[in-house]
Design a protein. Sequence first.
Length: 316
Amino acid sequence: MLSRVADSIYWINRYVERAENVSRFVEVNLHLLLDAPMGTAQQWEPLVITTGDQDIFKERYGEATAENVLRFLTFDSEYPNSIRSCVKSARENARSVREIISSEMWEQLNEFYLQVEDVARSEDLSEFYAFYPEVKKASHMFAGIMEATMSHNEGWHFGRLGRFLERADKTARILDVKYFILLPSIAAVGSPLDTLQWIALLRSASAYEMYQKCQHLLNPSGVVDFLVLHPEFPRSIRRCILLAEQSLHKISGTPGGSWRLSSERQLGKVRSHLEYITLEEIFETGLHEFLDNLQNDLNHVGSAITDNFFGLSVTV
């Protein structure tokens, strides 16, 4: 497969997944605003901090109000990681490989793009609240259409690889928002607000119902165990890394042995670490430190994939 085509399919899926996960970031706070006790301070700046782009935000918007953060993360066409920019980038990549992907995939992305552009022109902030579930639904539809209409060949595996790497990274970021940044103080640990935040976090990862089915108590260690180490939940970091590695092996054609591409070695190390590390070891290291190191490792994996297959530099 041409590296240009592989690159486009990989990034189509990363951008669509990224748009979905930005909507999940925002929904964490929106759920909290609806459920939090009266008088609880709104916290929008943590959402900007977790993107790593707080300098860009401050330069363009200044104060981290609800409206400023929502517009920055959702519709700012000059911010490359906004939902609007991600969907536009996914569509542009799809346009360049229309002869490779299915027509249904292109139609879904085009409808997604037009939907986002239509809401972006609205000045009514209340429309934003109903918009984020639609972003998740559009992302799920694209993934389902790709699964059902595209041959499960090398191109499909590049797309799958991009989707699950992006999902693993963003699950780590969603968890980091809650555990390291969002909680107002140590004194609030174990409080009703703390419980509401953990519920909002699980809902933002579409994990609340599945968590309840396998865990009887809602507590930080249980949530971390479920979102980081669960071997079967489709949004857990461990599960995403496993599925990404499977697709990478299919692409490289190296099922084993001493010779592997650098991207395979790096991703294999991440997968092995997640398989054998214990919850106690994670908390002993510090959850924020663990998640921060994991995100750095995933960035290195992404860079190695670019070097191995695409031959160009891409900023994540």
